[in-house]
Design a protein around this ligand. Structure first.
Ligand code: ADP
Length: 613
């Protein structure tokens, strides 16, 4: 009886790290390991069910699709067995010896940087969670492929594992958890029963404990809403997304036309991408009549909805739809369209029903809405309506929306004005805002780096053009209300403008007199067609040369400094040139355009020296 190839292998370094964290820092809710193992068993059964559709040679073909859990108080073990897809030798070592899960990888990197142990709650550590309670775990397995080996994988979770051949295995996997002395409670029937009841009610397969059926099979998403409790939703969310947090929003939705859809979608409590983890894989699984088609279907929902978790079930889908054909299928496109729209409307309703709650969502997830505005022109308007921002009409921490802005628009106002900058205070003090304030025109303040790009992409909202308040091309007919003091005469203005245009010819596109300013003498405006600072940075990053775009200057002929400059220009050209250069430098600086700070201060020192002489 020669046992074929018993081999000992080392864990991949990442697995060792993960085990170390699991064993040493995951103390809360140890019982979740049972949920994780049942979830894996359920996944394996789902995969088998799918395999059976296309393969007619399946090992142990008449075994029932069920999960059997048994406990042994004397031996201090709990065993979770499924007749699922099983594993080959390679799969055992690949799946249980390395970490393929990109989220887990990224999580480990974060942990290495020494950050936030509380973040662990955001992740299911899957199979390895067994090591919170185990001194040793054995996995007996046989693949669904008849010709594969009968295997036993074993590890104490320290450095490595062994795999040997052990005859007599049934199809699927049987996980035997050898409990540590202090965790022997998990070998007690009544303790385990309570846990299974909590976590397995929505497992689509029978779960038996020591031979007795514990769960009633229900696909939660197919039930009428009235019959599902908040607690069940929460448990379903935690079970299917391996999450520990509570769902922030739950959208349970069914439709018959144009497609038969049952969907149960969750917005997680936290946005894990915000914690520095890379882009997450899609988290909404695709089912057809309770049969899992794809747990993480690319191209089902738009990429910017990747933060969603849950299930979409459509009986209109062909069961054998493949990953490749998914994106081309008109049916899938329709499904995506219907669900995306429904979800955005759902968010809109949350926003009006509970603005504070919505704000918490917005604080964490607005980045995805913005991504959607850029990526999905058809959803732009719905998405834009979901944005929240401060504006010159909001107070303190209050935020507003584009709809409220539009409601407040003054008579005759055709455009929505906005500014993007580092913060409200900076924007309010800068030269761009005052002309709007003094005319009672609202300006929306956006403060994220992506906003410029997003708003340029949006272009308009409900037929109103979005216009950056720092661009030229906004013409005011009247002088601002607060404007006081004398103005230059038409002739003086003409003389000054024409001199400035020749003196500053190489630095700016044009100089004009205008009615925009109140307290500032001069402002530099971005020409209407020029790329903004962010676009320029992006173009530079992509190795493209941004077209040269010089600012247009607008001067305030009511400002004492400009009036003085007008007379100085006739009498002391040289000094006037230096003053004009200084004003220009500061206007460009305020506009975030390229200037050399060193040169400005040098020129300033020279100018002051001359004036004080
Ligand atoms: P996850 O379930 O998040 O992928 P796990 O660490 O729990 O991560 O499991 C890793 C992999 O091991 C799974 O993706 C699956 O391929 C395999 N696996 C785990 N449990 C089973 C099982 N009962 N039957 C078959 N394969 C399994």
């Amino acid at each position: 009886m020669s046992k074929k190839e018993s081999e000992t292998r080392e864990f991949h370094a990442e697995v060792r790290q993960l085990l170390d964290i699991v064993i040493h820092s995951l103390y809360t809710d140890r019982e979740i390991f049972i949920r994780e193992l049942i979830s894996n068993a359920s996944d394996a059964l789902e995969k088998l069910r799918l395999t059976q559709l296309t393969e007619n040679q399946v090992f142990d073909a008449n075994l029932p699709l069920e999960i059997n859990i048994s406990t042994d108080e004397t031996a201090k073990t709990i065993t979770i067995a499924d007749y699922g897809i099983g594993m080959t030798r390679e799969e055992l070592s690949e799946n249980l010896g390395t970490i393929a899960h990109s989220g887990t990888k990224a999580f480990l990197e974060k942990m290495q940087e020494g950050s936030r142990p509380d973040m662990i709650g955001q992740f299911g550590v899957g199979f390895y969670s067994a090591y919170m309670v185990a001194e040793k775990v054995e996995v007996f397995a046989h693949s669904w492929k008849e010709e594969e080996e009968h295997l036993r994988w074993e590890s104490d979770g320290a450095s490595g594992y062994t795999i040997d051949e052990v005859e007599g295995q049934r199809r699927g996997a049987r996980i035997v958890v050898h409990l540590k002395e202090e965790h022997e409670e998990f070998a007690k029937t009544h303790r385990v029963k309570g846990i299974i009841e909590r976590y397995s009610n929505f497992v689509g397969f029978p779960v038996n404990l020591n031979g007795e059926r514990v769960n009633t099979v229900e696909a939660l998403w197919l039930l009428p809403k009235k019959e599902v409790s908040e607690e069940q939703y929460k448990e379903f969310y935690q079970f299917t997304s391996h999450a520990m947090d509570e769902p922030r929003y739950t959208m349970h939705f069914s439709a018959d036309a144009p497609l038969a859809i049952n969907a149960l979608l969750f917005v997680p409590g936290e946005n894990v991408e915000r914690m520095g983890l890379g882009a997450q894989p899609p988290g909404v699984a695709l089912y057809c009549r309770k049969v899992l088609i794809d747990p993480s279907p690319e191209g089902l929902l738009p990429e910017w909805l990747r933060f969603l978790r849950g299930v979409i079930d459509s009986e209109d889908l062909p069961l054998n739809i493949s990953r490749e054909s998914m994106q081309d299928s008109a049916l899938v496109r329709k499904l995506s369209e219907v669900l995306t729209k429904r979800f955005l409307k759902f968010l809109d309703k949350q926003a009006s029903d509970n603005p504070e709650g919505y704000r918490e969502f917005h604080d964490r997830f607005s980045r995805f809405l913005k991504e959607g505005i850029v990526a999905s022109p058809v959803h732009q308007e719905l998405l834009a309506g979901l944005l929240r921002f401060a504006s010159s009409m909001t107070e303190g921490e209050e935020l507003t929306s584009l709809d409220s802005y539009v409601d407040r628009m003054k008579e005759g106002q055709e455009e929505i004005y906005y500014l993007v900058g580092p913060g409200r205070e900076v924007l309010e003090k800068g030269p761009f805002f005052e002309g709007f304030r003094s005319r009672g025109l609202e300006v929306a303040f956006f403060t994220e780096a992506v906003d410029d790009y997003v708003l340029e992409g949006l272009r308009e909202y409900k037929g109103k053009k979005l216009v950056a308040a720092n661009r030229s091309g906004i013409e005011f007919e009247d002088l601002p209300d607060e404007s006081e003091g004398e103005d230059l005469s038409e002739e003086e203005t003409e003389g000054l403008v024409s001199w400035l245009n020749s003196a500053l010819d190489d630095r700016v596109a044009r100089v004009d007199a205008g009615k925009r300013l109140v307290k500032h003498p001069m402002v530099a405006l971005l020409p209407e067609d020029a790329p903004n600072a962010q676009m320029r940075a992006m173009m530079a990053a992509m190795g493209q040369e941004a077209p040269e775009s010089k600012a247009k200057l607008e001067i305030n002929t009511r400002h004492p400094l400009i009036r003085k400059l007008s007379s100085l220009q006739g009498s002391q050209r040289d000094l006037a040139s230096k003053v004009a250069a200084q004003l220009t430098d500061h206007a460009l600086l305020a506009a975030g355009m390229e200037v050399n700070a060193g040169e400005i201060s040098e020129a300033m020192a020279e100018l002051l020296g001359e004036l004080l002489e």
